[in-house]
Design a protein around this ligand. Structure first.
Ligand code: F0G
Length: 461
């Protein structure tokens, strides 16, 4: 007898939202109308929506009850103070600058710290983060370990910063040109891959020796804490809440998209330790986001956020089931012989499009084409994370050609069941059987910035 015990969702379902299966004909027309870009599909045309885990969580009864108690005062809302307390308790940062979502925090942080000509190292780029760094006149430099760019590498902490690469950036540019390092937890573009506590501690030491701030992208820090608990020596006996606080203790501040870990549909913040820096952030906040006690969120948003934040660390059961579901889907897809980023990450399964459709050169957008093919097969909506997302080099005008050419199937928190995951895996397997028939794409419209959101395409040939 095996003593294996399955995980199960630590909740039962109280309210349901109907979803609708469409015909293949309907989806072919919708796909063409959307220009082969799943961002441009109407959600009514989608059956199982794995576009993103951002803002798509199901809230708890306690969060919904909090909506009724939101204090909508323009200034000094009670709900704001609840949020301040929750951030201090859960993340350990004293100064809270609320924003409408993550990119609002990235904007403010980039504007107060980056001067034109500065260099900002980071463990792989995220689209909006890099945009705001460049918009402030900075240049992003990737300092993630090489294993992160290899989908087959099974390194347990592919999100780690390569300390030698970081040291080389400091040597080349001088610490005076580096206002901060941007450290992302559970690195999204690498496949939802964690960094280790030992690595973060070493980054903190190196940066502080050179007076360089460490700014965390804490968007999926809870998921990172889970992997540290599972994989790093000395953490098996600690709760994810304790590990999360330790992660933050090695940083000077954080930007946060609360639409992920924090279990709300909108919201975010910039959190800091230095009151002077926070004062500068608040001065800009009033121009771009809103008064410093709401920053683009309503009182009810802040109330639901404060509650979601506490709920995510109240027990480890939530995160065990959340990541358990992602790994369940990843296991099914791998069992069908389909290559994905290894190990399966925290928020999504990333199919290795370069391996699935090797007949398409990267400038025919293999991951974009595969994402569209999966949608047409079953109404499952994923997202391209490859050359389209990487954009163009602002100097040469050429495409950036990232080593990772991926289709992301992202799992919303507490929304779908294991049966939905079975349906997704069957669809991916069906598309894989017909993979040679997938055609390359070319642009019919290419926006100048963050092109993946609104670009349209047509099939070649
Ligand atoms: N940082 C990371 C790591 C993210 O994944 C995101 C958003 C942001 C910052 C920006 O936050 O959307 O609240 O403004 N990621 C979403 C995604 C959009 O689908 O991966 P935001």
């Amino acid at each position: 007898m095996s003593d294996h015990r399955s995980w199960a969702e630590p909740y039962k379902i109280k309210m349901v939202e109907p979803i609708r299966m469409t015909t293949r004909e309907h989806r072919e027309a919708a796909n063409r109308a959307a220009g082969y870009n799943t961002f441009l599909l109407a959600s009514d045309d989608v059956y199982i929506d794995l576009l993103t885990d951002s803002g798509t969580s199901a809230m708890s009864e306690y969060q919904w009850a909090g909506l009724m108690l939101g204090d909508e005062a323009y200034a000094g809302s009670r709900s704001f103070y609840h949020l301040v307390d929750a951030v201090r308790e859960v993340y350990g940062y004293e100064e809270l600058v609320p924003t409408h979502q993550g990119r609002g925090a990235e904007h403010i942080l980039s504007q107060i710290l980056i001067s034109p000509g500065d260099v900002v190292p980071g463990n792989m780029y995220f689209t909006t983060t890099k945009f705001h760094q460049e918009h402030a006149g900075g240049t992003f430099v990737d300092v993630i370990i090489d294993e992160a760019h290899d989908p087959a590498s099974t390194h347990p902490f592919k999100g780690n910063v390569d300390l030698a690469k970081l040291q080389a950036v400091i040597d080349e540019h001088g610490a005076g040109k580096i206002p901060y390092i941007s450290v992302e937890t559970n690195v999204n573009m690498a496949g939802g891959q964690p960094l280790s506590m030992a690595n973060l501690r070493a980054v903190h030491e190196l940066c502080h020796r050179h007076d360089i701030l460490v700014m965390l992208d804490a968007t999926r820090a809870l998921e990172n804490a889970w992997f540290i608990q599972q994989r790093e020596e000395g953490y098996a006996g600690k709760s994810v809440g304790e590990i999360l606080r330790e992660i933050c203790s090695y940083t000077d501040g954080a930007t946060m998209s609360s639409k992920k870990d924090n279990l709300v549909n909108i919201g975010g913040f910039l959190a800091l330790r230095d009151p002077d820096l926070a004062r500068r952030a608040r001065a800009l906040l009033v121009a771009f986001e809103g008064l410093h006690t709401y920053g683009g969120m309503s009182g009810r948003d802040m109330e639901a956020l404060a509650r979601g934040m506490r709920e995510m660390v109240a027990t480890d059961d939530h995160i065990r089931a959340r990541i358990g579901q992602v790994h369940y889907l990843g296991g099914l897809i791998n069992d069908a012989g389909i290559a994905t980023v290894q190990p399966i990450g925290g928020h999504a399964v990333f199919i290795d499009a370069a391996a699935v459709v090797p007949h398409l050169p990267q400038d025919q957008f293999p991951a974009q084409a595969l994402t569209a093919a999966i949608y047409v097969d079953s109404g499952v909506r994923g997202m391209e994370r490859g050359v389209v997302s990487a954009g163009r080099d602002p100097v040469t005008g050429d495409h950036h050609y990232p080593k990772l050419e991926l289709v992301r199937l992202t799992i919303p928190r507490r929304v779908y069941t294991q049966a939905h995951m079975d349906v997704v895996a069957e669809s991916v397997a069906a598309v894989y059987e017909r993979r040679e028939q997938i055609k390359g794409l070319r642009f019919t419209y290419e926006p100048p910035e963050l092109r993946f959101f609104q670009a349209t395409f047509e099939e070649i040939g």
